[in-house]
Design a protein around this ligand. Structure first.
Ligand SMILES: [Zn+2]
Length: 268
């Protein structure tokens, strides 16, 4: 499909000029239908849309079949995990697809907040099985740990929405990440939950950190401004690393939930 005439950076809406090394391929401001049509022609957000759009379809279709259905407590954990896997790519697709809407900077800020909410959801819900399997069948301590972690995630979201830079947004999520690493380390040291879940969780943290750093560094487009406007720029690489990170989370959680289904808590 032939799209509208694309814009150089200097002619793009100012709120879309956030990457000084992406020099062209900007969509002009358009209606919602115009944003949807941009799914079908090449512009500088197309790669960002599809690097989360395709994983979104994959997670939405494949995650449920990999999780145990019963008992009910495990099924609820599975439902939360499904939301954790689907929310970030869904929010990201909406952000990248509609950021050129003619409603302008106000809508853009709301879409950016939505994108960050997706990150916050995978942070929060994604870690629930990790913590649950560290304190199985101990509702008091488990509830306290989940409450503390939830408070950390709330602070992280507040800090990320208020941060004025990519580095600030990345740093805002350091607290929950350190908490998760401490729980995974404790599980490995004490032997809590299935050992098979720990390596995917460690890989997930490494991929998320690497993705965040690539996005902050704006590599490789920093080295050749204009050469990565459409493909293989830092944001697309970050998207791919995040999608791989969610896949690792899923493998860890699937191992945890199958373990939890095989080890039901004794009824008093
Ligand atoms: Zn993105």
């Amino acid at each position: 499909m032939a799209g509208p005439r694309l814009l150089e950076r200097a002619r793009a809406p100012r709120h879309l000029q956030f990457n000084p090394f992406v020099l062209g391929g900007y969509r002009p401001a358009s209606s919602g239908a115009g944003c949807l049509r941009s799914l079908f022609y090449l512009h500088n957000e197309l790669g960002n849309i599809y690097t989360h759009g395709l994983p979104l379809v994959g997670f939405a279709l494949l995650v449920p079949g990999a999780l145990p259905r019963a008992p009910p407590a495990v099924a609820w954990l599975g439902l939360g995990h499904y939301v954790a896997c689907v929310a970030p790519p869904l929010a990201s697709v909406l952000y990248h697809l509609f950021m050129s809407h003619r409603a302008g900077a106000g809508l853009y800020r709301r879409l950016l907040a939505l994108d960050l909410c997706g990150v916050a959801l995978v942070n929060t819900l994604g870690a629930v099985p990790i913590i649950y399997c560290a304190l199985p069948c101990r509702p008091g301590p488990c509830g306290a740990a989940l409450g503390a972690y939830g408070a950390l995630c709330g602070l992280a979201l507040w800090g990320a929405v208020g941060a004025g830079s990519r580095a600030g947004r990345l740093a805002a999520f350091a607290g929950p990440a350190l908490f998760r690493l401490a729980v995974v380390g404790l599980r490995g040291a004490v032997g809590l939950g299935p050992p098979a879940a720990l390596a995917p969780y460690a890989r997930m943290e490494a991929l998320a950190l690497l993705g965040g750093l690539v996005n902050v560094a704006r590599v490789p487009e920093r080295w050749r401004p204009g050469a990565f406007d459409y493909w293989a720029n830092s944001h697309q690489l970050m998207h791919l690393l995040v999608a791989l990170g969610i896949l690792q989370l899923h493998w860890g959680v699937a191992a945890d939930l199958h373990w939890a289904a095989r080890h039901p808590c004794p009824t008093a």
